[in-house]
Design a protein around this ligand. Structure first.
Ligand SMILES: NC(=O)c1ccc[n+]([C@@H]2O[C@H](COP(=O)([O-])OP(=O)(O)OC[C@H]3O[C@@H](n4cnc5c(N)ncnc54)[C@H](OP(=O)(O)O)[C@@H]3O)[C@@H](O)[C@H]2O)c1
Length: 260
């Protein structure tokens, strides 16, 4: 039987911190406080979820779960700032939300874990949480159970996964999301078009939809798959940006050597 989560604290009111606070509030958890170094940003989110806005860590009120939603490279720094409050936080489950950071960075606290939702979050777009895969890890069985129950109210797609597996999943997520957005940007540069939605959106939509029914290797078409070497050379002569050109060459080789 896990602990009952009622009160939530958030450190870092950026893209993910904002969306967790909004969803938790919608689910009737009490968002006790939101902390941001920049006071105005804390106030902005606090107003939305009826929470206390904080910009000084020493004043943290107690809560059942504390989210560290700061960039991966700042997690250790925030942990150092929180350690003097360790006694006050002994009944609080402290979680980070990073796919690439091991759980044990939190090992100096009593109760800790990881809550990693595999989705791309931005502050201004409310996601549908119901199918978002959430990868959890807890410092002991009770914490894991508590996180499962809590995360289960956000989504019906919950996994318990260790830090090593989570890192691999996170790396895959960078490929299928961040790199796709970067490639969308590059496609406009190469084609000298402005309107991604009008020109490429039907193609990218079909590309994604096919993946609902087929394995990636069954979906792929294009010059590399067809061995249209003349077309590949024409494209390579056209691409000005040396990084995009390198990427085109590397992915063409990857398709030819791994997918055909
Ligand atoms: N966004 C996503 O799609 C996504 C998805 C899954 C997991 N995650 C994970 O969620 C975490 C947060 O990512 P994010 O995209 O929400 O980041 P973000 O939008 O850049 O927001 C980061 C927040 O952390 C604050 N912050 C930065 N350094 C700090 C420090 N030293 N002390 C206190 N606060 C600090 C920032 O405050 P200021 O406003 O003062 O700069 C900002 O509020 C990361 O671990 C990331 O891997 C993100």
């Amino acid at each position: 039987m896990g602990k009952i989560i009622e009160h939530i604290g958030i450190i870092g009111t950026g893209n993910l911190g904002t969306q967790i606070a909004i969803k938790a509030d919608e689910l009737n958890y009490e968002v006790q406080f939101v902390y941001n170094r920049t006071k105005d940003k804390a106030h902005e989110l606090a107003g939305l979820v009826d929470a206390k806005a904080l910009s000084i860590l020493e004043n943290l009120p107690s809560c059942d779960i504390l989210f560290l939603t700061v960039p991966d490279h700042q997690i250790s720094l925030v942990i150092q700032e929180l350690l003097p409050l360790k006694e006050k936080l002994k009944d609080t489950i402290i979680v980070h939300c990073s796919g690439a950071t091991p759980m044990n960075v939190l090992k100096d606290f009593e109760l800790y874990g990881v809550f990693y939702p595999l989705q791309t979050f931005t502050q201004n777009k409310t996601p549908d949480w119901s199918h978002i895969p959430i990868f959890l890890e807890g410092c002991n069985l009770e914490v894991t159970k508590t996180l499962e129950i809590f995360a289960g109210s956000f989504s019906n797609n919950i996994f318990v996964q260790n830090s090593e597996e989570r890192l691999k999943i996170h790396c895959g997520a960078v490929l299928v999301s961040n790199f796709v957005h970067a490639l969308a940007h590059a496609s406009l540069q190469i084609s000298e078009q402005q309107n991604f939605k009008q020109i490429y959106f039907p193609l990218i939509t079909e590309t994604v939809q096919k993946l609902q029914n087929f394995q990636p290797h069954e979906c792929i078409t294009g010059p590399a798959k067809r061995k249209d070497f003349t077309t590949i050379q024409k494209h390579l002569s056209l691409i000005q940006n040396s990084e995009i050109k390198k990427f085109y060459e590397i992915m063409t080789k990857y398709i030819q050597e791994n997918i055909i």
